[in-house]
Design a protein around this ligand. Structure first.
Ligand code: MG
Length: 327
């Protein structure tokens, strides 16, 4: 089948500079793929935060090389298998193509991607609203912006973690979870913090320690009163076996693992180990967010508020109804 494609770069800007334990930044490089066949154009997205190794250039190079060698047939599984076996690494670039393929086949069949995947139409978990690190005034303003959401995710791992939590708890009753982004370097300190957070009924803690501190994490896992979710420590399905015995759950992101199809496989594997699943994202446009959202029914929590934090989402904004991302 004939096809054509086009790549477009976009710098997705944050409304407010976004501070996490890795540092502060103004926005994120994005590559958008417009894939057309049979008069249907489907879009895919690669999001490229600076702490990952892929770049706009590497994504263009991978996608151009892929399509140069690719024969398009109306068989989604064939296209996806070919993609995932095509060169190693390049997960965001693969996610970009994987998302476009899913969108194309769903449009071709006049159904949603979640239907294409054979998923059930079940109630979806609430979506978190993310609050980055900041001074109390900024935090209070962000809590106001989170009105309507039923869960807030707070970035910790800096010098004012307790102050940030106290400021939020003083302003809202909305349940909180925290993401430390590997920011606590010492397991004893992390356990003290988690005990303190447990007294404040925090729901879960994401990636408290550096992913390399496996012994520290194992010790923390056995003592933690709260579920600990792996994010930086788990990228693809191949990492799940290595983390399953010292995390309570995993954060699945399409950009880390290579798209919807590998994301679905990761969730199924995590489920088989009775692990909790959070569906997360990098900072992404509505395109990447809606792709991840198609897997929401399989998750315990959904962390897909990227478009709300961006000032120049090039697509129609996504819709959160009563704090649930509508798919
Ligand atoms: Mg995280």
């Amino acid at each position: 089948m004939d096809f054509k494609y086009q790549l477009q770069n976009h710098f997705l800007k944050f409304k407010t500079p976004f501070a996490i334990a890795h540092g502060t930044r103004d926005g994120t490089d994005i590559v958008l793929l417009y894939f057309t066949a049979e008069n249907i154009t489907a879009i895919g997205e690669a999001s490229l935060p600076p702490y990952l190794i892929e770049t706009k250039e590497s994504v263009h190079e991978f996608i151009n090389s892929f399509f140069n060698d690719f024969k398009f047939t109306a068989d989604l599984n064939h296209c996806l298998d070919y993609l995932q076996q095509y060169k190693s690494g390049n997960y965001a670039a693969k996610a970009c193509i994987d998302i476009a393929f899913h969108n194309w086949f769903a449009s071709y069949k006049h159904i949603s991607v979640w239907q294409l995947l054979g998923l059930k139409n079940t109630p979806l978990p609430p979506c978190t609203y993310t609050i980055a690190m900041g001074a109390p005034d900024l935090i209070r303003q962000k809590v106001k912006e989170a009105a309507g959401f039923r869960m807030i995710k707070v970035k910790l791992g800096g010098e004012h973690d307790k102050q940030i939590i106290d400021t939020i708890i003083d302003s809202t009753d909305t349940p909180l979870c925290v993401d430390v982004n590997q920011g606590w370097k010492d397991p004893d300190f992390a356990l003290d913090m988690i005990n303190w957070l447990a007294e404040r009924k925090i729901v879960f803690v994401e990636q408290p320690l550096p992913k390399s501190d496996k012994n520290g994490q194992q010790w923390l896992f056995n003592k933690s009163p709260l579920p600990i979710i792996a994010d930086e420590a788990v990228q693809t399905i191949d990492d799940i076996d290595a983390v399953k015995d010292f995390y309570h759950g995993i954060n699945v992101k399409l950009m880390k693992c290579g798209g919807i199809s590998p994301g679905l496989a990761m969730i199924r594997k995590a489920n088989s180990y009775h692990k909790l699943v959070l569906i997360g994202s990098m900072s992404e446009t509505s395109c990447g967010i809606m792709a991840a959202a198609q897997l929401s029914s399989l998750a315990n929590w959904v962390d897909l508020d990227g478009p709300l934090l961006a000032s120049n989402n090039p697509f129609e904004n996504v819709n959160y109804e009563n704090g649930v991302l509508q798919i």
